[in-house]
Design a protein around this ligand. Sequence first.
Ligand code: DNO
Length: 349
Amino acid sequence: MKMTFRWYGLDDKISLKYIRQIPCMSGVVTAVYDTPVGEVWSRESINALKTAAESEGLSFEVIESVPVHEDIKLGSGDAARYIENYKENVRRLGEAGVKCICYNFMPVFDWLRSELKKENADGSNALAYDHKTVLAMNPLTSDLDLPGWDSSYTKAGLKELLNKYSGIDEEKLWENLAVFLKAVIPVAEEAGIKMAIHPDDPPWGIFGLPRIITDKKNLKRFLDIVDSPSNGITLCTGSLGVSTSNDLVDIIKACAGRMPFVHLRNIKITGEKCFEESGHISACGSLDMYEIIKALKETGFDGYIRPDHGRMIWGEEGKAGYGLYDRALGAMYLWGLIEAIEKQSKEGK
Ligand code: DNO
């Protein structure tokens, strides 16, 4: 398993110099942020990230994300042109040595929480989600400041976009996803890249929009659309794990060999469709991180992992979920589990 760390590019206030000091770190997970969604990334921008990472001894092999333009998800407008652009981005990233691309197919919103800084008893704060609060929100009238929110949408633009989705149910979204995969996966195969779709977070519909990458059944359906090692998933424990009907160990076994990338974090389920993001260790949340890593090891997983969202601790301020300190603690804890599990398996325990 290769440990990586999400880095938001040259403007990230968490520098590569700090990231490389986390003992187990082998590379960064990053993206080009200077280009509008759907357009082709310049080779200069790709290479600037690569050079910066590699000059600090960190690999540049995982991209998160190459975002999918809404027209592709809607299967209308300029979808054909955006798919061509996407293919070109995959080719260019392959040329730069990238091995894995994480992306998602969530309509309009990416990941969603109802609270960005929920105060914990120990004085830290973390992201939280309460479905009742989300049901009461109207994205067209409330001043949303949500983590996955694309602030470039104007209210009018958003209304128009949400209207376009009124004709798109889950089956239609599956169809549009299939069109995308059938076009992009052959290019990824040629480029030596494994595509890794991120599950919907949270894994249920919000604001009347369909969400389909939500559970084992749908993950299997997804993998069967194009049966290729280049068509894979990002196993995100914190996304799939908030649904009590998702058994992560079972999902890992079912998707073995088709998960090039894993996001590891813990969450504490506090009620029906209600959760808080917790420290990474098993005792802090509802997920058994030991069993998860053990299942990865037993199924032969040798891809990329990263600690996912951390709490804000020690007075750190920054991008919600993406501070330095708690993610670094998470990486250390995860590496400890990995070392122990690997040694136990060598000793035949
Ligand atoms: C949240 C992230 C997601 C993820 C995208 C992948 O922290 O896991 O925003 O990057 O959904 O496209």
